[in-house]
Ligand binder design. Structure first.
Ligand code: F6R
Length: 641
């Protein structure tokens, strides 16, 4: 969604904010703009892509704020893009979020002879500040504070004012982070915009406002008006963090083995584990090379994050299960004692919750309720101080998830989160976090983060059923098969995509825990290729969807040992109505018109099913001329309701 970057310091602010906006492109946007400060405020904005811009047509400056806009209030037009200015052009603002009472404030301002250039809710903020400065004869900062008290809704805002060498900011509901540098400071809605320049950050909380200067920052509480002291956090890179966890876990394992006098066995086990990891990494590299040679990789596929991130899953699943043993033990002990478990997420993360709920029931005999975060209100009467909420979110900023968690906290429920983004809002409001360790996911679609979420649930569930070490072994057994899936099916999936690329509809069928996988596969296909794709439970076929099966309608059948007979009977029904059947299983069947072989393992093989579905979506997008990394209308992180 919308992105903000601001810079104040000794360097060229235009260059830094332009670079910053390019880092925010992955979040999705349709227009962009910059404001900088010289003796006056200068504005440059446009619709389209920031990536195409080399320089911005603005005078040199050391203070700049910039924004990528994802249209909500008002269409995709230059006038609606940010920064917005006050009528006297002395104030410029960027805003993420929604001002709910903007119409009422706009009317008041129009009555007082102020005018508006855009259809946005955001423009009322600089205009109202100007109005207060003039009407009440107060200084800018006082007028800002009064404006913040007047507006209702969610916001992350940055403002520059002609007469002060500062970037002012305020936050409520939408993320905003300060980056502390040497003779320079940054502010952004996403720290990726400035992490290249500094790894020292301050996470702003709701109802905080203030300003950054070249060598200092000031943060105030909007409710008390008092200045606040905030902790500066250091961001460590993922490799370093992974190493630290491995070291910590080794210490714990050593203590245990010394007690058991079992040193030799343990050393052998450790060596085997190390060798497996090395072999796996080597194998992945070899396979990627092979695939690159087989297809015209350079020409068409080389530059897409989606494909890169799909490949990375052979490793990211292992990173996801590299968790601190003490923490996992604490979490599973809580799960063991709780009968009141709710799993919350949106989109792909919800599909993961639905999948996990099947496993909680099947493997642990434990009832858990998966909830689409935006529907959480309906479950609120069931939440008590005994409830355990597990929130799942790649970004940790999805507004519906955050709202659900805030409401659960009011009921004193315990909150655990499975998150990818360090220091995101969700990590800061949860009682315990399990980080996915997937690295930044640039493609708008969730791929590696989805399999990491699943791997973490498997870690919790298998640790409870067996023990931590066995859980790790079982999951590694699954992730070790990923190179094979990539190698054996890559070209075949490209061929299937060629065959079905002109179709308007596509269906996916799964039963039991493969039903959520069918939903996730359908989501991937529709969001990236714009083919109407629908996943459904096999048993539901006769209750409606079968009416849509025509000659050559493609239907993907996901089956495995547990549900093969019933799922195949669905396939036969579809085939007899002319459907084109693509089977995903480890056993081929004559009913399949095409077949993707999934390795046969005892453990749940859902992760292995989703990877070829992701690749198929990718090829469908390419074949239909769609940009796989930035699908139309979608944003990486949905921060407004
Ligand atoms: C689909 C996709 C979305 C997200 C959803 C939740 O590929 O990416 O459906 O899964 O917007 O996002 P997070 O996980 O950041 O809460």
């Amino acid at each position: 969604m919308c992105g903000i970057i601001g810079y104040i310091g000794e360097k060229n602010a235009n260059e830094i904010t332009l670079k910053g906006l390019k880092k925010l492109e992955y979040r999705g946007y349709d227009s962009f703009g910059f404001a900088n400060l010289t003796s006056k405020i200068n504005i440059y904005k446009d619709i389209g892509k920031v990536s195409q811009i080399k320089n911005i047509d603005l005078p040199k400056s050391n203070i700049s704020i910039a924004h990528t806009r994802w249209a909500t209030h008002g269409g995709v037009k230059k006038e609606n893009s940010h920064p917005h200015q006050s009528n006297n052009k002395e104030i410029a603002l960027t805003h993420n979020g929604i001002i709910e009472n903007y119409q009422e404030i706009k009317k008041e301002l129009i009555k007082n002879d102020y005018f508006f250039k855009s259809e946005t809710d955001s423009e009322i903020i600089p205009v109202y500040i100007e109005y207060l400065i003039k009407k009440e004869k107060i200084v800018f900062f006082e007028a800002l504070k009064k404006t913040l008290k007047k507006i209702k809704g969610n916001y992350a805002i940055t403002i520059i004012y002609k007469n002060e060498k500062k970037i002012f900011f305020a936050k409520k509901g939408s993320p905003l982070i300060i980056g502390i540098g040497k003779n320079e400071n940054f502010i952004s809605s996403d720290m990726n915009a400035f992490l290249e320049c500094t790894n020292k950050i301050i996470c702003l909380d709701d109802n905080e406002y203030g300003f950054i200067e070249e060598n200092s920052f000031s943060i105030y509480d909007l409710n008390t008006n008092k200045k606040k002291n905030k902790k500066i956090n250091l961001i460590k890179n993922d490799t370093l963090k992974n190493k630290e966890i491995i070291k910590e876990n080794k210490k714990i394992k050593n203590i245990k083995t010394n007690n058991n006098n079992n040193n030799n066995n343990n050393n052998n086990e450790k060596n085997n584990e190390k060798n497996n990891e090395k072999n796996n990494e080597k194998k992945i590299k070899e396979i990627i090379e092979k695939i690159k040679n087989k297809i015209d990789f350079k020409q068409n596929y080389n530059n897409h994050y989606m494909l890169k991130e799909i490949f990375e899953q052979a490793n990211t699943i292992d990173y996801a299960i590299n968790q601190n043993i003490k923490k996992i033990t604490k979490i599973i002990n809580k799960i063991k004692k709780t009968n009141d478990i709710f799993l919350i997420g949106c989109g792909t993360s919800y599909n993961c919750c639905l999948y996990a709920s099947y496993l909680f029931r099947e493997i642990l005999n434990k009832q858990t309720t998966p909830i689409i975060a935006s529907e959480f209100e309906n479950y609120l009467p069931l939440i008590t101080n005994k409830s355990l909420i597990i929130a799942v979110s790649q970004s940790g900023e999805t507004i519906d998830v955050l709202e659900a968690i805030k409401k659960s906290k009011e009921k004193k429920a315990t909150i655990f989160s499975i998150v990818n983004t360090n220091f995101s809002t969700l990590t800061r409001i949860s009682d315990e976090n399990i980080m996915m360790n997937s690295g930044v996911e640039i493609c708008v679609l969730s791929t590696k983060s989805y399999t990491s979420q699943i791997a973490i649930f498997l870690l919790l569930i298998y640790s409870l059923k067996y023990n931590y070490n066995n859980a790790i072994k079982k999951i590694k057994k699954i992730s070790n098969k990923i190179p094979l899936i990539l190698e054996n099916n890559f070209e075949k999936l490209k061929e299937i995509a060629d065959l079905i690329k002109e179709k308007n509809d596509l269906f996916l069928i799964g039963r039991n825990s493969l039903y959520p996988i069918a939903l996730e596969g359908a989501l991937k296909i529709k969001e990236v290729s714009y083919i109407h794709a629908e996943g459904f439970a096999g048993g539901e076929l006769k209750h409606g969807t079968i009416a849509l099966i025509e000659n050559k309608t493609p239907v993907i059948i996901l089956s495995s040992k547990k549900n093969r007979e019933l799922t195949l009977s669905n396939a036969i029904e579809i085939k007899s109505r002319g459907g084109y059947i693509i089977g995903f299983d480890y056993i081929n069947n004559e009913i399949f018109d095409n077949f993707i072989e999934i390795p046969n393992i005892d453990e749940d093989n859902s992760i292995l099913m989703i990877i070829p579905l992701q690749i198929l979506s990718y090829f469908l997008a390419i074949n239909r001329g769609c940009d796989p990394d930035k699908p139309r209308n979608l944003a990486k992180s949905v921060t407004v309701i």
